[in-house]
Write a new protein. Structure first.
Length: 204
């Protein structure tokens, strides 16, 4: 059976990717499965640049076809911050905690009218093989309400903040229906775009 590496240490991302690709007949391995403890740099100026850096780094480390991504929250009232700094927005030199990010976001938006709190989750997912790289990009749009959802998903702090107006729900897969997750899940949709390429690699 073919092996494909999912290059993330985020438990939420790992679970989402595994679930989205569960119909592909191959064995998806993790960094811990391969005992890869080194971290790639995230020095890119865009999500795609960071995703490319990660994909190439872990492809070289593992020698396996590799799925990697980068993404985050973009808030219009804050000039699309935090963007590529989504997990190092507060401290810079280390990753911020989920609760820190939720509280900091609401603080930065204090006094901003609800109708001015548009935001989007943005992701770029890459599939790296010896043949090259395939890229998929997706978004989910909403607003940042005055209060965060009481629900939390470890590794996905901004999902407790993004409210999708069309369905009247926070962007949380535990409260969204299967159909809503398929329609609005930005990483799910990006992985769906990559599905045929990943299936082809798994079949070779």
């Amino acid at each position: 059976m073919k092996h494909i590496l999912i290059a993330t240490t985020n438990p939420g991302k790992l679970k989402e990717i595994q679930k989205s690709l569960s119909n592909i007949p191959c064995e998806f391995l993790t960094l811990s499965d391969l005992r890869i403890t080194q971290k790639s740099e995230e020095s890119g100026a865009t999500f795609e640049e960071n995703a490319r850096i990660k994909a190439q780094f872990y492809f070289q480390k593992s020698g396996l076809p590799t799925i990697a991504d980068d993404g985050g929250l973009e808030i219009e009232a804050l000039n699309m911050e935090p963007g590529v700094k989504s997990h190092r927005w507060i401290h810079g030199d280390r990753e911020d905690g989920d609760e820190e990010l939720i509280a900091y976001t609401l603080t930065r938006l204090k006094g901003v009218l609800l109708e001015k709190r548009q935001a989007q989750m943005h992701v770029v997912v890459l599939f790296q093989t010896v043949s090259g790289v395939t890229v998929a990009e997706e978004y989910v749009k909403g607003i940042i309400p005055l209060e965060a959802s009481p629900l939390r998903t470890s590794g996905f702090p901004f999902r407790s903040l993004l409210f999708i107006l069309e369905i009247g729900k926070y962007y949380d897969d535990t409260i969204m229906t299967k159909e809503e997750n398929e329609k609005y899940g930005h990483r799910v949709k990006a992985l769906r775009k990559l599905g045929p390429v990943i299936l082809k690699a798994a079949s070779q």
